[in-house]
Design a protein around this ligand. Structure first.
Ligand code: HEM
Length: 192
């Protein structure tokens, strides 16, 4: 059986995630101490630091074969400074009811040659391997699918992100067995 003191020390071993830091209260209940600056990201991740954090906003979806729709969305790009990788989660919901829509998660690996490799698993069962490039100064990133797995209709997916005036926007295009590559999603998100 584990001792109480062990359990306490396990709880104290929380990893210092970049966006999970909260200001600590001073002993005696005074004003909160200033938040410590986030630790520097892993050097491999630094050029994509503009993505890190939690983003929320709205998007619109369309495709020639479906009716247009709107959605709410939250993206989280998180990172531990000891690892050259960004963890990614996305969830979406119907704006009127909050009912969940599509969700996905994955890992983004910037490479020293300026390329980036991304794997994403979607709530629909579809799996993507994406490769692309980024411009750290312009804060842009583009991805093209190398592999789309377990998909009955989708043949190809591209994703393009850009940060402008502190707002993150993206366009997702897809090609299906019946329709050539064209936009399915676009969204505009603010950092929260
Ligand atoms: C890369 C990500 C995505 C892929 C590959 C994808 C793929 C597809 C495909 C293949 C269709 C059917 C098109 C057709 O029948 O010709 C579709 C329809 C649809 N998608 Fe997506 N989708 C993605 C993301 C999303 C997201 C994020 C949402 C919502 C927030 C969404 C909502 C819808 C809706 C509402 C439809 C139409 C209704 C339906 O047929 O179920 N999709 N999507």
């Amino acid at each position: 059986m584990r001792k109480e003191s062990n359990r306490r020390s396990d709880q104290q071993k929380k990893s210092p995630g970049i966006e999970t830091e909260t200001p600590k209260k001073m002993e005696g209940g005074g004003a909160p101490a200033p938040a410590a600056p986030p630790p520097a990201p892993h050097p491999a991740v630094a050029p994509l630091a503009f993505l890190l954090g939690k983003w929320r906003g709205e998007g619109e979806g369309s495709f020639p074969t479906i009716s247009p729709f709107r959605y709410g969305e939250e993206l989280v790009f998180s990172h531990h400074p000891s690892k050259p990788v960004i963890s990614y989660t996305q969830r979406t919901w119907k704006p009127a009811s909050g009912e969940p829509m599509h969700a996905e998660s994955g890992y983004w690996r910037p490479r020293p040659d300026g390329s980036v490799e991304v794997v994403i698993s979607q709530s629909t069962g579809l799996a993507e391997v994406q490769k692309g490039s980024f411009d750290a100064e312009k804060k842009t990133l583009t991805l093209q699918s190398e592999l789309v797995g377990n998909a009955s209709k989708v043949k190809q997916i591209t994703r393009a992100f850009q940060l402008v005036d502190g707002e993150l926007s993206y366009v997702v295009q897809m090609a299906t067995i019946t329709t050539s590559l064209q936009p399915h999603l676009k969204a505009l998100l603010k950092k929260i």
